[in-house]
Design a binder for this molecule. Structure first.
Ligand code: NAP
Length: 484
């Protein structure tokens, strides 16, 4: 199967923080892949901007090294890499100073789509937005892309929205959550709204519960100090898992259009119940031979920040009342795995005798590794000896179903950057969505702070604290096994 490349208009993309980790690891390798796919128009250019002094050649060399490091050798060749690097330019600029902006104004074309990627700490978003506006570098058609974290609570998110709104219209602001750029996440919408099969069953009458897991094997490592101010609730639940929950739970939008989709997601967030203390488990990983404990990594012996969290979340609306959504995410877990799993109810009555056991359908949507979907259906175990039932997968791993081209799913970042150039905000968070997510998150965090709750310690390389297992056991359910 040959994937279709939809052309985009010519563009100038300025990356503030163009020398940083995210730019080198994700943004520029992603752009290179789009270049190789033929999606970068001949005149399209990328301009790196950061404080470090360097010329165009210096920047090209830096990005050559990055692409050689982060793109496998079989997926690149020296000729296309040279041609791609030709598209890169660089300008030294301090977001907080006044120098360099007039130079940038000269570099950016007025007759191309212009996009400005704020790949810098959020403390600089306001400075950059204001200067782009004041130096007339951005036009009313320009787009800005802002990275997470978008605030650390409702108040700071509102402030950030206010700062951006002073220079840019909401239709120009692209708040990135790279989970929304994943192929399977979009496939979730295709499966739900492109088939008659699932939607009639997609409600509390037929769905027993939903599990959303994002588990990582890595520790907080060298960024423990930064992480300790945030924790899994702010770093993962408020944004990534919340977005996955919204797409799973939302009503069908009237069309696949940015505001129609985002309106429906917003309604889900507003329907989330407050989460009582009993439905929250927080943990910190301990030490083992592979690495230090969270407490050591954070360099904060009194830290009460969670590197793991599991929550039971209820949605108060007609569709979901009575069907809990269990969310969990953590560091130094047994496996690196992200998935949404919809557990359907058992049949209302079994016509088979007790030996057949109890069975139910499970739809799992894997974000990583091996993006794909799998539906477990119950069939008769082959062979003589009566009616014994087993659950087997109807597997749709993209690699198997679509061939090697299908398996080569576009990285989330490159897809999202192309959406910015196309002016399509569907997969980006709107300001009111982010604020609603914080409005739900803040009281949960304030609750455990007020109670003085301490995270429990869990074994590194495990599935998290035992209390998280109990969160489901007490409801007669269990988490899906974490496996690589
Ligand atoms: P980083 O490696 O520290 O890079 C920061 C970049 O900003 C550098 O290019 C730096 O270059 C530039 N910079 C710093 N101060 C500046 C100033 N005053 N004016 C102009 N440029 C300035 O950070 P990062 O990891 O790339 O992260 C960038 C943003 O993406 C952050 O908001 C982060 O939270 C977010 N993010 C990162 C990742 C990731 O995987 N890295 C993932 C998700 C979100 P100079 O020092 O030369 O100025």
């Amino acid at each position: 199967m040959v994937s279709r490349v939809i052309p985009v208009e010519t563009f100038d993309l300025v990356i503030f923080g163009g020398t940083g980790d995210l730019a080198r690891r994700k943004i520029l390798p992603g752009l290179y892949r789009r270049f190789v796919a033929g999606q970068m128009p001949p005149e399209a250019r990328v301009i790196g901007a950061a404080r470090s002094e360097m010329d165009q050649k210096g920047y090209q060399d830096l990005i050559r090294d990055a692409i050689e490091e982060f793109i496998k050798e079989e997926n690149r060749d020296p000729e296309t890499l040279d041609a791609f690097l030709e598209r890169l330019d660089y300008t030294a600029i301090d977001a907080r100073g006044e120098g360099g902006w007039d130079n940038l104004a000269k570099m950016v074309r007025k007759d191309a789509v212009t996009a400005f990627y704020f790949s810098v700490g959020p403390g600089l978003f306001g400075d950059i937005a204001t200067r782009l506006h004041d130096h007339k570098i951005a036009t009313p058609e320009s787009r800005i892309v802002v990275e997470k974290p978008f605030g650390r609570d409702l108040e700071s998110a509102k402030e950030l929205n206010g700062v951006l709104a002073a220079s840019f219209d909401e239709s120009q602001i692209y708040r990135i959550d790279h989970y929304l750029g994943k192929e399977t996440v979009q496939n979730l919408m295709a499966v739900r709204f492109g088939n008659v099969l699932f939607e009639p069953l997609w409600n509390a009458q037929y769905v027993d519960h939903v599990q959303i897991t994002v588990s990582e094997t890595v520790s907080v490592g060298g960024r423990g100090g930064y992480y300790d101010k945030s924790g899994a609730m702010r770093d993962m639940i408020q944004n990534h898992l919340m977005q996955l929950l919204c797409l799973t739970a939302m009503e069908p939008p009237s069309k696949f259009d940015p505001d129609a989709v985002r309106d429906e997601k917003l309604k889900v967030i507003r329907a989330l119940d407050p989460v009582p203390a009993d439905n929250i488990v927080r943990g910190q990983y301990g030490a083992d031979e592979d690495g230090p404990s969270y407490i050591e990594d954070s360099e904060n012996p009194d830290s009460r920040t969670e590197s793991f969290i599991a929550l039971k979340v209820d949605i108060s609306n007609w569709r979901w009342k009575g069907t809990p959504f269990y969310l969990r995410t953590g560091k130094r877990m047994k496996a690196r795995m992200s998935e949404i799993v919809v557990h359907f109810k058992e049949t209302p009555h079994s016509i088979f005798d007790e030996d057949a056991g109890s069975h139910s359908n499970i739809l799992s949507i894997r974000l990583q590794p091996d993006e794909g979907m799998d539906l477990r259906v119950t069939i008769k175990e082959p062979g003589p000896g009566g009616m014994r039932l087993i659950d087997v997968p109807l597997d749709m791993t993209f690699a198997d179903a679509l061939g090697p081209e299908g398996a080569d799913v576009t990285d989330a970042y490159e897809r999202l950057i192309m959406d910015v150039i196309r002016g399509n905000q569907t997969l980006f968070m709107r300001g009111d969505e982010v604020e609603a997510a914080w409005a739900w998150t803040d009281p949960i965090i304030e609750g455990w702070q007020k109670r003085g709750d301490k995270p429990v310690q869990y074994e590194p390389g495990s599935s998290g604290p035992d209390d998280a297992l109990m969160l489901l056991h007490r409801d007669g359910r269990r988490w899906r096994e974490l496996r690589a």
